[in-house]
Design a binder for this molecule. Structure first.
Ligand SMILES: [Zn+2]
Length: 339
C-alpha cells in the first residue's frame, strides 16, 4: 500500500529489475519519477528499452504496482507487473523494436487515488508525456494472473454444464473453472484505432489463450489505460476481470495461473511487435474511430467454442449478430457476474 514499508521494498525491487533488463531512465537521470499529492509522496517507475530509431514515438507497456490492502494482492497487480517486466526482457533479448519500449510501473492506481489527480498514470501522462513526447500506443494490464471461472450459482442454471459439474440449482456453489473459460483474456481498445484492430487480428488467437476483444465502454476506465484513452493514445487494456479474490487477503501468489501468465507475456510481445510497425495515422480522438463489431463477434464465437450456443440460450438471446445484440449479450453477462 502507498506509504508502507512494503511499498518501499516493492519500489526498490522494481527499480533493480528495470535496470537488470536493460532499461534506461525514460526521462532525466533516474528510473524513479517521484511526485507529491496532497503533501504525500508517491513514485512512478519508468524505464526505456532503446529501439532502432529513437525519433519514433515509443510503445508503452504498463501496470500499477501499488496494492489496495496490506496483503500480497498477487493478481492485483503483481502478476501484471511481472508480465510487463518479462515482456520487456524478451523484447530486449530479441534486440529491441524499431521504436523505444517504455516499461511503466505506476503508483497509486487503487482507491482512494483511483481516477483522481493523484493517480500514478495520470501524473505520469501529465508530467512526462503531455506536450513532451507522444506515445505511439499503450498496452496496459490489470488482473491478468487468474483463470476466468463461472460462479457456481450461475453454472447450476446451465443445464448440461451444471449437471456435469454436479451442481444443484438454488444451492450455494463454489466457483467452477472450465478449461475453455480459464484461458479467456479480455482485450479492450481495438476500437481506439483501426491499426490496433489490425494488430490484434494479425496475431489471431495466440497459443494457450482465448482472446475476447470487447469495447472499453462496456466496463469503463477500470485501470491505468483511462488516461491514454482520454488523450487519444491508441491502447490495449488486457484483463481477466474481477474474481472471487478481488481486493481480498486471499489474492495470493499460489492462486495465480503461471502458465496463463507466461502465454500473456508472449502475447504482449507479439502485440508490441505488431503495433511497432504500424503507422497509426490519422487524427487522435477519445471515442472509437471505427466499428469493431465483426472482430468482436468472430473472436467471441472462436473463444467460447462449444459453450457459445448454451451461453446464448441461457442469456435468452437469439444470437449476437449486430451491435444491439452484442450490447444485450455483454449487459446480461455483467449482470450475471461473469465478467
Ligand atoms: Zn485493484
Amino acid at each position: 500500500m502507498v506509504g508502507s514499508d512494503g511499498h518501499e521494498q516493492a519500489r526498490l525491487h522494481l527499480k533493480r529489475r528495470l535496470k537488470e533488463i536493460g532499461c534506461r531512465p525514460y526521462v532525466g537521470k533516474s528510473l524513479e519519477l517521484p511526485y507529491k499529492f496532497k503533501s504525500k509522496a508517491f513514485c512512478n517507475l519508468a524505464g526505456c528499452l532503446p529501439g532502432a530509431d529513437p525519433s519514433l514515438a515509443p510503445i508503452l507497456i504498463g501496470a500499477h504496482y501499488d496494492s489496495v490492502i496490506p496483503f500480497p494482492c498477487a493478481d492485483d497487480n503483481a502478476a501484471a507487473v511481472a508480465i510487463a517486466l518479462q515482456a520487456g526482457q524478451l523484447l530486449a533479448e530479441q534486440g529491441g523494436l524499431e521504436r523505444d519500449v517504455v516499461i511503466a510501473l505506476f503508483d497509486a492506481e487503487e482507491p482512494p487515488y483511483f481516477l483522481g489527480d493523484g493517480m500514478g498514470s495520470h501524473r505520469f501522462y501529465e508530467d512526462h508525456v503531455l506536450g513532451k513526447r507522444e506515445i505511439h500506443a499503450a498496452i496496459i494490464m490489470d488482473l491478468v494472473g487468474h483463470d476466468i471461472s463461472i460462479p457456481g450459482h450461475v453454472l447450476s442454471h446451465v443445464p448440461y454444464l451444471g449437471k456435469a459439474a454436479g451442481l444443484v440449482p438454488g444451492l450455494a456453489q463454489k466457483d467452477i473453472t472450465i478449461p475453455t473459460l480459464g484461458q479467456l483474456l479480455f482485450v479492450m481498445g481495438s476500437e481506439s484505432h483501426e491499426d490496433m484492430a489490425m494488430a490484434l487480428d494479425s496475431i489471431g488467437q495466440p497459443a494457450g489463450l482465448k482472446i475476447i476483444p470487447t469495447l472499453n465502454r462496456y466496463i469503463g476506465d477500470m485501470s491505468d489505460h483511462g488516461v491514454f484513452r482520454r488523450n487519444g493514445v491508441p491502447y490495449f487494456f488486457l484483463s481477466c476481470g474481477q474474481w472471487a479474490h478481488y481486493h481480498a487477503p486471499t489474492d495470493t501468489p499460489d492462486r495465480l495461473n503461471y502458465h496463463k501468465m507466461s502465454h500473456i507475456t508472449h502475447y504482449v510481445t507479439e502485440l508490441a511487435n505488431s503495433i511497432s510497425s504500424l503507422e497509426m495515422a490519422g487524427r487522435r480522438q477519445k471515442e472509437r474511430t471505427h466499428d469493431t463489431l465483426k472482430l468482436e463477434m468472430t473472436y467471441l464465437r472462436q473463444s467460447l467454442g462449444m459453450l457459445y450456443q448454451p451461453v446464448i440460450k441461457w442469456l435468452k438471446l437469439n444470437g449476437v449478430n449486430n451491435r444491439k445484440e452484442m450490447d444485450a449479450f455483454v449487459h446480461q453477462l455483467l449482470r450475471a457476474g461473469l465478467c
